[in-house]
Ligand binder design. Structure first.
Ligand code: PNS
Length: 178
């Protein structure tokens, strides 16, 4: 059978342990997995695309997943998939609430490019409640994101919020137990 390359697209603003869980699962079933960060999203991001890419690359180096790489893309996802000669799009489904949007995207992507398959995987149950949006909110409000994001992301979140002029609250100053 020929080698299968999958694209794992997303905003990754920031990368969470749920994303990492999915990357690990994807790396085991695909020959090659490209984590692709969307550029030029209309959303107001917390981290720039190069910052997000840096954080992802740091983690990949640390984990030593040889078949996983990071890239960025803009425009239609299916066009990028074809350009990278990939075969599938990997997306995570955490709960039923994700399903409707993901199904809509998968079917529209299929309509645009019938050769591209979308593969859904479920992250570990521990991460089923986790999202980048809530991580940003918790961090902004001074809560602990320990266990929700990798350590390098925790560090960058603190730096970013400090730079943005958001003072650490007593909760944010609390020393971690480890
Ligand atoms: O992490 P996210 O924000 O849920 O990722 C969404 C993403 C990047 C997968 C989606 O917005 C996307 O594919 N954007 C590229 C533009 C595109 O192809 N749009 C048509 C989708 S049917």
């Amino acid at each position: 059978m020929s080698k299968v390359t999958a694209i794992y697209p997303g905003s990754f603003d920031p990368l969470t342990n749920g994303h990492l869980d999915l990357i690990e699962r994807g790396s085991k079933i695909f020959d090659k997995l490209i984590v692709a960060i969307l550029r030029n999203s209309e959303k107001q991001p917390l981290f720039t695309v190069p910052e997000r890419r840096d954080m992802l690359e740091e983690i990949l180096r640390k984990r030593g997943w040889k078949n996983v790489s990071v890239d960025t893309f803009e425009g239609l996802l299916v066009d990028y998939v074809v350009r990278r000669k990939a075969h599938a799009v990997l997306r995570g489904i955490r709960a039923i609430s994700d399903y409707e949007y993901e199904l809509q995207m998968a079917l529209l992507n299929r309509k645009l490019q019938p050769s591209v398959e979308t593969v859904f995987m479920m992250p570990a149950l521990t991460y089923s409640y986790l999202s980048s949006r809530l991580v940003r909110e918790i961090a902004r409000l001074g809560g602990s994101v320990e266990g929700l994001v990798p350590e390098n992301v925790q560090k960058r979140l603190k730096e970013k919020l400090r730079k943005n002029g958001i003072p650490p609250t007593p909760r944010g100053r609390r020393k971690s137990g480890r």
